[in-house]
Write a protein that binds this ligand. Structure first.
Ligand SMILES: Cc1cc2nc3c(=O)[nH]c(=O)nc-3n(C[C@H](O)[C@H](O)[C@H](O)COP(=O)(O)O)c2cc1C
Length: 455
């Protein structure tokens, strides 16, 4: 008994000593921070409210998460609100995605789209019996036209912006669902080829993957890529909705050895693409580049852009008519001003370019007027993550719809808005192996139910 009491005494002494030490350490830390804060001259809040002023930064950071979980209403958040994200997450996991009681979407805002239901809708069996016409790319311009097996596909996201496991999951999911995966501007990585899915190879302004030493087009590399049967089409990127006028940005901390070798650039340094293909200065030189890529690859070749000024489209149509209809791009991917990205300046993200709901009917009308609408396929991108978004795009003039962030949600993205920081908590946009552990490509690829949008 005495021994037990002595032991208890010792434990108590040690606990009290530890506590006293911790308090002392705490006080010393506060004192040091106090001195640092009052002697610095760069932040007013810390100078006027030493130590406690620092909490502001902690709360600012935590606010992003608290708002999402506790305070924001179902339809409030941007870029995607909880109702949209939840639908995708549930559909991807094949959990019941019906909702109860009534719509939480206000139906009285300018620009709202309403579908007009018919009095006698076709039955499910009648819909299933109807075979839609196939969407063919490059039907008359190339030796290898592409018959797209799906109206809904995965939009460009580079290996670099996305992690290896995320691209692997998308590749396997695309293969199982029979949809295409666009490589994005970072070249073709081994992760894109995890499964033999259809691929669209994107040629960005830095021409990663098909780049010669001066940054121009390396025809030999293009020929090698064109021989890969999974690569069905080539897309020349002129601009992107989230950052028109600016090339791709991959911060140095995300440029790992594998990414560097895929792109043909040094590891650890920022990977910045130019804001324009250096050789494309006019509609004529654009048609020249399209011709080169198509002639070398013998595969359908198109362009991607977000529409801003519109006059050049008339010039493009006139130049196509002068050269002959075969010179036209086989497709146009029209991105939306509110499209996503791995990293972009906020000024461009917020203020530049037209949303696809406005630009799609416009481009469609210009092509129709020029008699080119049947020749050029239209692909639309921009926040079409739910069936209504996709249906609206098809009604407004698209032949095919692609989504980027929709597929990120299906992989488990929680919209933490950290794609530019290598700290993505779900492993989708980080190259930190510890954070990537949470993303299981085998589970991720099976979450392809988002493709139900096709139905
Ligand atoms: C993480 C991320 C990376 C992207 N990388 C590219 C890219 O390499 N090339 C490109 O043309 N677009 C890129 N995009 C834009 C998408 O392809 C798409 O055009 C845009 O996000 C609109 O689609 P969404 O609203 O479904 O995301 C990227 C988007 C995201 C979110």
């Amino acid at each position: 008994m005495e021994n037990l009491l002595a032991l208890l005494d010792t434990v108590l002494d040690v606990t009290v000593m530890t506590l006293a030490l911790l308090i002392l350490l705490g006080l010393i830390t506060v004192a040091v921070l106090y001195v640092i804060d009052v002697t610095q001259n760069t932040q007013a809040i810390r100078k006027n409210y030493p130590v406690i002023g620092r909490l502001r930064y902690v709360f600012e950071h935590l606010g992003v998460f608290f708002r999402q979980y506790f305070f924001a209403m179902d339809r409030e958040e941007l870029p995607f609100n909880r109702a949209q994200r939840t639908w995708v997450a549930r559909a991807a996991k094949r959990i019941d995605s019906t909702v109860a009681f009534g719509s939480t979407k206000p139906l009285n805002r300018p620009g709202d789209i309403f579908f007009l239901n018919g009095a006698f809708p076709p039955t499910k069996e009648e819909i299933q019996a109807h075979t839609p016409a196939p969407i063919i790319f490059g039907e008359r311009s190339v030796a290898n036209p592409y018959i797209a097996p799906s109206l809904f596909n995965i939009s460009a996201m580079s290996y670099g912006a996305l992690s290896g496991p995320a691209i692997s999951a998308l590749s396997q999911g695309a293969y199982q669902s029979g949809i295409w995966l666009n490589t994005g501007e970072g070249g073709l990585s081994p992760f894109h080829r995890q499964a033999p899915c259809d691929l669209v190879f994107q040629i960005g302004t830095a021409k990663y993957g098909v780049r010669d030493e001066q940054g121009g087009l390396d025809v030999a590399k293009l020929t090698e890529l064109a021989a890969i049967p999974e690569i069905k089409m080539f897309e020349i990127k002129l601009s992107q909705g989230a950052k028109p006028g600016k090339g791709g940005i991959l911060p140095g901390e995300k440029v790992t050895e594998v990414i560097a070798s895929t792109r043909g650039i040094p590891a650890g340094k920022d990977s910045i693409s130019p804001n324009r293909h250096p050789e494309v200065t006019s509609v004529e030189s654009l048609l020249d580049l399209i011709k080169t890529v198509r002639d070398v690859s013998e595969k359908p070749t198109g362009i991607k852009f977000v529409l801003g000024q519109t006059g050049w489209l008339d010039d493009l149509c006139a130049a196509i008519q002068a050269r002959g209809i075969d010179s036209a791009p086989d497709f146009i991917t029209l991105d939306s001003a509110d499209g996503g990205t791995g990293a972009a300046p906020q000024g461009l993200m917020d203020n530049m370019g037209l949303p696809v709901a406005a630009s799609l009917p416009l481009v469609d009308a210009v092509l129709r007027q020029a008699g080119l609408r049947d020749r050029i396929r239209m692909i639309a991108t921009g926040k079409m993550v739910n069936p209504a978004g996709m249906a609206a795009a098809l009604c407004l003039g698209a032949d095919v719809v692609c989504s980027a962030r929709g597929f990120m949600f299906s992989l488990g993205c929680i919209q933490a808005l950290q794609c530019n920081e290598n700290t993505c908590p779900t492993g989708i946009t980080t190259h930190n192996p510890t954070l990537q552990k949470g993303l299981n490509p085998t589970l991720g690829h099976s979450r392809r139910e988002l493709c139900r949008l096709n139905e």
